[in-house]
Design a protein around this ligand. Sequence first.
Ligand code: SF4
Ligand code: SF4
Length: 270
Amino acid sequence: MDRLGVDYVDFYLLHALDKKKWQTVLDLHVLDVVEKLQKQGKIKHLGFSFHDTYPVFEEIITYRSWDFCQIQYNYLDTDIQAGDRGYALAEKLNVPLVIMEPIKGGTLTRLPEDISAILKAVDPQASLASWALRWVGSHKNVKVILSGMSSYDQVKDNLATFKDFKPLNKQEKEAVEEVQRVIKSRQKNGCTACAYCMPCPFGINIPKNFQYWNEASMLNQPERLKDGYESLKDAKAEFCKQCGACEKLCPQHISIREDLKRIAEEVKSL
Ligand code: SF4
Ligand code: SF4
C-alpha cells in the first residue's frame, strides 16, 4: 500500500491459484491473514485468479464466500480450465467474474480463412477480436474483460466493441457455435486437459502435449505445436517410456502412448 500510495486495495487477488498454490495457501493460513486485512478495511474485495482444471476450481470457489474471481474463458476454451462448468458454478454462487484471455492470446484473431468466413458472412465489417469479446461479454456474470493489446488500432477496435455493447443475437450466437463446431472437429484427439492421467511417472506433460497438437491442427497453425512442444523441455512426448500407466486413468479412453508417438514424429517433420 505504501508503494501504491493508497490506504486500502479495492480488489485483491490470491493470484494464479492451481492445486499446488492452493495447498500452500491452506498450509500457510493465508486466508486468515487476508480475511483479517479485509476486516480492517485494507482489502475491499477479496478474490482469486485461477489456472488449473475444473475439479480444483470447484474446490477453491466453494471453500469460502469469495467477492470475485478471475478465470481464463473464451469461445474455444469452454472445456479446459474452469470452462463452461466453472462459469456456471460461479454464476450459481453469485461470484462475479473477471475474464482473462478472452481472445486466447490473439489466437482467435488469426482463424483460418474458411472459419473466419463463417463470421464474415454474418457481419463483414466486424473484427474477429470483436466476435470473441462479444461472446465473453454476452455472459451476464462477466463483469470485467481483460484483453492484452499491442497496437493503438487494437485499442480503438476494442473500445468500439464495448461502446454501446451489444450481446450476441441468436444468429450471431449460432455463427459462433458453428465456428466452435468446425474448429473442434479438427481436433486430433478428444483430450479435455482434465489431467486425470497425471502425474506421469516419467515427467511427460500429457495434457500440454495434446493441447499444442490439437490447437495447431484446429487453427491450422503448425508453429503452435513446434513452439509449444519446444517449451515443454523434458516433458515432451518423445520422452514417453510407453509404460501405459496413464491410459488406465483417461476417462476419454485416449490411446495416449500412440498419440504421443504421433506428436513426436509430427514435430520432427516440421
Ligand atoms: S505411457 Fe508415457 S506418458 Fe503415459 S505414464 Fe507412461 S511414460 Fe508417462
Ligand atoms: S489424456 Fe485423458 S486423462 Fe489425460 S488430460 Fe487428456 S483427457 Fe484427461
